[in-house]
Design a protein around this ligand. Structure first.
Ligand SMILES: Nc1ncnc2c1ncn2[C@@H]1O[C@H](COP(=O)(O)OP(=O)(O)O)[C@@H](O)[C@H]1O
Ligand SMILES: [Mg+2]
Length: 293
């Protein structure tokens, strides 16, 4: 059952949760907390370590290309998955925007996704943009969301391959299709109760989908007092057992370089602090050599 529109016949509930190798990371949290910034920094920092990285923009606002520092002409040539009606129909059996009632193939062979739809980003990262807009009232994004989650989750990856998926806020609209292949959620919060509340909710939903590694990032922390406030809010919300916590400062190079993280990647406090998150996500990947950020 589609959790967005309530339709679509055979659901992602029946998709086999196969092991497809690699490391798939979904980045969640309230709007504005720094998800795209951290997704872009993480993707490029992993690529600089010699790892193969696919960045996936699953936010319909589509700002990951600019945040990654993708060349403007290349970004203009991007075909978002949601607008590639032919690809969606070929793979899912449904036209984009079809409402309830269609039968979706949720485990299509999407091994050609990167070749057909990705563009190059700096440091050797590849980018796929999901695109699409939330439709007010009728219709839903089921074919697109189901396809992107299923496609990204079902691709066979090598142990040293990483997928970093930036989202609008959380995992709810992906439903159980996301559980296939995704093993790590990076939960981004900033020092405000509302951001922590959304983060804890998103973490709970991700855990309920079977995503086992939940890594907390406290962004825009300007003092240890900010970190204590976040921990206090988490306690107040009933507590949550995150596997690791990474504290990132407010960073002038992010503000100066905005929208691209290029300036921050030349050397900055946020890049230094990101090392903890990079180490946490690489914990299960094989040791790699290569230039370090
Ligand atoms: N640690 C930081 N220091 C300074 N500015 C930041 C930091 N993290 C994010 N920003 C800025 O905050 C704004 C929102 O960040 P963004 O990554 O777009 O958030 P989200 O994707 O969660 O909506 C952007 O302008 C970004 O450059
Ligand atoms: Mg964003």
């Amino acid at each position: 059952m589609c959790e967005t529109c309530g339709g679509h016949g055979p659901s992602a509930d029946r998709s086999p949760e196969t092991t497809t190798g690699g490391n798939r990371i979904v980045v969640v949290g309230k709007g504005g907390v720094g998800k795209s910034t951290i997704s872009a920094l993480l993707a490029r920092a992993l690529a600089r370590r010699g790892l193969s990285v696919l960045a996936v923009d699953a936010d319909e606002q589509r700002n990951l290309a600019a945040t990654l520092g993708v060349d403007a002409a290349v970004a203009a040539s991007l075909v978002p998955l949601a607008e590639d009606a032919g690809y969606i129909e070929e793979k899912t059996g449904a036209r984009p925007g079809e409402g309830a009632g269609g039968m979706l193939r949720l485990n299509p062979d999407t091994s050609d996704l990167v070749d057909r739809l990705s563009v190059p980003a700096p440091d050797g990262v590849r980018l796929v943009v999901m695109g699409g807009v939330r439709r007010a009232g009728g219709g839903c994004l089921c074919p697109e969301t189901a396809l992107v989650a299923s496609a990204v989750g079902g691709m066979h990856l090598h142990a040293e391959d990483f997928v970093v998926m930036d989202t609008h806020a959380g995992v709810e609209h992906f439903g159980r299709a996301l559980a296939r292949g995704f093993d790590t959620a990076v939960v981004v919060v900033e020092p405000s109760f509302n951001a922590v509340q959304v983060g804890v909710e998103s973490a709970g939903l991700a855990r309920d989908l079977g995503i086992s590694r939940l890594l907390l990032v406290v962004n825009r922390a300007s003092s240890y007092h900010d970190v204590e406030r976040v921990l206090g809010h988490i306690d107040h919300l009933g507590g949550f057992d995150f596997e690791s916590a990474t504290i990132l400062p407010v960073d002038q190079s992010v503000i100066d370089g905005e929208p691209s993280v290029d300036v921050a990647l030349r050397g900055s406090p946020i890049l230094d602090a990101l090392g903890g998150l990079v180490a946490a996500v690489m914990e299960h990947a094989p040791a790699m050599s290569g230039p370090v950020a």
